[in-house]
Design a protein around this ligand. Structure first.
Ligand SMILES: Cc1cc2nc3c(=O)[nH]c(=O)nc-3n(C[C@H](O)[C@H](O)[C@H](O)COP(=O)(O)OP(=O)(O)OC[C@H]3O[C@@H](n4cnc5c(N)ncnc54)[C@H](O)[C@@H]3O)c2cc1C
Length: 389
């Protein structure tokens, strides 16, 4: 897909930010297992990255999905964790935009767009991953009807410590069948910080192999309260459908994160292949290495084009779950292949913490797992193909 001049301009401006602010610090912070510094998140907010696709009337920039994919790709080229900060605001923001009441849109969206309100997604539970409809965490309405009390566990809630709002998928009705009809989404406010609010809300970071710039948390809710007016859309039982409606955006954005990560690995390998001398010449002169580079570039471009195409489809307002799913699954698997090949080009140095090849590879492994595993994506794609609609 050919991009418009405005898109090229957006890419140039994000790349400039990333080269100045992210590339110089990413390896050092990743190696030290340090989170993204808050001033960087502040700068991202100032540049409007959290409100890209939201309407201007709610403080957003009103840009198209292609622009969102481009910004994501460029940020992830610097550091996957940076490209992933905006995922959280995108998920909560699109949920509010598509399913929130007017009062919720006015209360939450401007603060999400400005970065004043950071958010995190709390959908997964220790026993509930791919089977979202089986969520167990209970939200029980208090006798006076004014609040919900939350009881249960969530896990893998990335950015939970820094968030002001946890977007929680909860069971408001345990008796309704089929079970997905008993789910609702609550916008659960909290103070940011690693301490959480014990004993009602506790949290512990999960040690991971990559994605080091953000921490993912296991959370325990033991009576933590949320005002009833924070029930998304104001009506119980719609949570599952509300969430499904945002999957297209989230999958396109994840595909773009994979493209950016793979692009960074490719560029590093390309440079190294021209500098590294073996048998008296740069390794880039060996056909097997040249062809690796050619395969990597081709693989990345195929994923990029699928991502842009799905984005453009989204902008037409037509259903694009098939295109978004294909872009996500292809880009996820491409990123794993490309980052592994990039590490191979570096030889032994690829295995060393002194070079970034290992960071790209560790980060890329997560794409096949989150935002719908590859196995689930193929099921979604196959279902659509077999239905023939
Ligand atoms: C770094 C990281 C960050 C994350 N951040 C968040 C976050 O911010 N918020 C959040 O809510 N979650 C988050 N997640 C959780 C993520 O969305 C889940 O890990 C994912 O949905 C898979 O669920 P699971 O891990 O429970 O695996 P399971 O669902 O238990 O799956 C295990 C395996 O079985 C396969 N499988 C399951 N069902 C089927 C089926 N029907 N057909 C075929 N194969 C199947 C899966 O593909 C997988 O290979 C994060 C995960 C990671 C690793």
């Amino acid at each position: 897909m050919l991009l418009h001049e405005q898109h090229h301009e957006i890419r140039r401006s994000v790349r400039d930010f990333v080269e100045r602010e992210i590339v110089p610090i990413a390896d050092q912070l990743d190696n030290a297992e340090k989170e993204i510094p808050l001033p960087i998140i502040g700068k991202m907010a100032e540049l409007g990255y959290f409100g890209l696709i939201f309407p201007e009337q709610y403080g957003g920039m009103g840009l198209d999905t292609v622009s969102m994919a481009l910004v994501t790709e460029e940020l992830s080229r610097g550091w996957l964790s940076v490209g992933s900060v905006m995922t959280r605001m995108l998920i909560t923001g699109t949920l509010i935009q598509s399913s929130g009441t007017e009062e919720q849109k006015q209360r939450f969206l401007p603060k999400i767009c400005s970065g004043e309100m950071l958010t995190a997604a709390a959908f997964t539970e220790p026993d509930v991953g791919s089977d979202t409809a089986a969520v167990k965490l209970r939200a029980i309405r208090t006798g006076d009807g004014r609040r919900y009390q939350l009881r249960g566990e969530k896990t893998w809630c990335t950015f939970a410590n820094r968030a002001h709002v946890l977007t929680v998928l909860a069971r408001t009705n345990p008796d309704l069948q089929p079970k997905h009809k008993g789910l609702s989404i609550l916008l659960v406010e909290k103070e940011p910080g690693d301490g959480f609010h014990p004993p009602a809300l506790t949290g512990g970071a999960i040690p991971t192999i990559g994605y080091k710039g953000m921490k993912s948390y296991s959370l325990g809710f033991d009576g933590y309260e949320c005002p009833a007016e924070n029930l998304l859309g104001g009506v119980e039982g719609r949570g599952f459908y509300q969430l499904m409606a945002t999957y297209e955006y989230a999958r396109i954005q994840t595909a773009a994160r994979a493209v950016g990560t793979a692009q960074a690995a490719f560029e590093a390998a390309l440079r190294y292949a021209q500098e590294r001398i073996q048998f008296g010449r740069p390794i880039a002169e060996f056909q097997v290495i040249r062809h690796k580079l050619a395969h990597m570039a081709t693989d990345i471009e195929a994923a990029r084009q699928l991502t842009y195409y799905a984005s453009a489809m989204k902008d037409t307002g037509k259903r694009c779950d098939l295109e978004a799913g294909m872009a996500k699954v292809f880009a996820a698997e491409m990123a794993e292949r490309v980052t592994s090949e990039a590490l191979q080009v570096f030889g032994g140095y690829g295995y060393s913490r002194e070079y970034p090849a290992q960071r790209f590879w560790r980060d890329a492994r997560v794409f096949r797992i989150f935002e719908g595993t590859s196995e689930i994506q193929y099921e979604v794609i196959a279902k659509r193909l077999l239905q023939g609609d």
